[in-house]
Design a protein around this ligand. Structure first.
Ligand code: ADP
Length: 285
């Protein structure tokens, strides 16, 4: 079976300059271990009587980007939100099966949800900085959670902003309101804010859908850089983006079924399933 899509363009080499003098890194060692960051077995999810995920099984390799694609309403966001239990806020939901992050059963009785949500950062479609200064957006979480001594906060903020490729643009106005930044800068600030909680996994729900092409490119370059240290799961409706940024791609179909998961190049050039081929060649969506 041969798809008619052009082969994906290989992810561009990193173009964000690293500043020559970096502060002491408060996060010298990534804390996750093992090859897999996430393991999911026969995971199902219901909103009341509506089953949004149907026996999903997959693994997410560490320090790599996994993209989730599929038609609208097929459960991609539900799956992403299940990873950090954001759906808990919705009444009448329930799950079956197993979802393990960093060796811990996310829906098990022993999970420490506060610690879990620190390990698993989330970035949303629309940048949502706090109505605070640029500095406070990043410092707030670690300060609240006592993740680092107060005297180390400036180093931590700088490190997170550098990792989010924003430092050089904001270093002279850290006290300015975050809402004064451009949309792309706000999104990178939200990524810096997520990094402040010392996650090992970053979840991104269509993080570029509200951005212009240049801001999108910067975020894509950032994702490419961040996978050196973090495990990233990204939901995107943009197949070119999935092809550019991800190492592994999962195709979800209607009914919340994971049809196919594989190496990104294989999914886009030689999908195993007819439905995957139909989707990536634009025959439905
Ligand atoms: P996708 O991200 O692939 O567009 P979603 O995960 O948002 O899909 O939705 C999957 C299914 O779950 C859809 O049928 C959607 O209508 C339903 N759904 C999503 N959120 C809710 C909710 N809060 N309450 C009830 N049903 C929901």
């Amino acid at each position: 079976m041969t798809a008619t899509l052009e082969p994906p363009v290989a992810a561009a080499p990193m173009m964000i300059p690293r500043a020559s003098v970096a502060p002491r890194d408060p996060f010298p060692e990534p804390i996750g271990t093992g090859e897999l960051a996430i393991e999911v077995r026969d995971f199902s999810f219901w909103y009341g009587a509506t089953r949004a995920l149907h026996d999903v099984s997959l693994t997410v390799p560490r320090r790599a980007v996994t993209a989730l694609i599929g038609p609208s309403g097929c459960g991609k966001s539900t799956f992403l939100r299940s990873i950090n239990r954001m759906n808990d806020l919705i009444p009448g939901t329930r799950t079956e099966g197993e979802l393990i992050v960093e060796g811990e059963s996310v829906y098990g009785s022993e999970i420490d949800l506060v610690a879990h949500r620190q390990r698993v950062g989330m970035v949303f479609q629309r940048p949502n900085p706090f109505p605070k200064s640029i500095y406070d957006n990043v410092a707030y979480g670690p300060q609240l959670n006592a993740l680092c001594p107060r005297r180390d906060l400036p180093d931590l903020v700088e490190q997170c902003l550098r990792r989010a490729a924003l430092w050089d643009e904001v270093r002279d106005r850290l006290d300015s309101p975050a809402t004064g930044l451009s949309g792309g800068q706000q999104q990178r600030l939200c990524i810096a804010r997520a990094l402040g909680n010392r996650p090992t996994v970053l979840l991104m729900d269509e993080p570029c859908s509200a951005l212009d092409p240049i801001a999108t490119q910067k975020v894509e370059e950032l994702i490419f850089e961040l996978k050196r240290d973090y495990t990233i799961v990204i939901v995107t409706h943009n197949m070119q983006q999935a092809a550019r940024v991800s190492d592994t791609t999962g195709f979800f179909d209607r009914g919340g079924v994971l049809v196919e998961l594989g190496e990104t190049n294989q999914i886009f050039t030689n999908p195993k399933h007819e439905r995957t081929e139909a989707y990536i060649t634009g025959r439905f969506g």
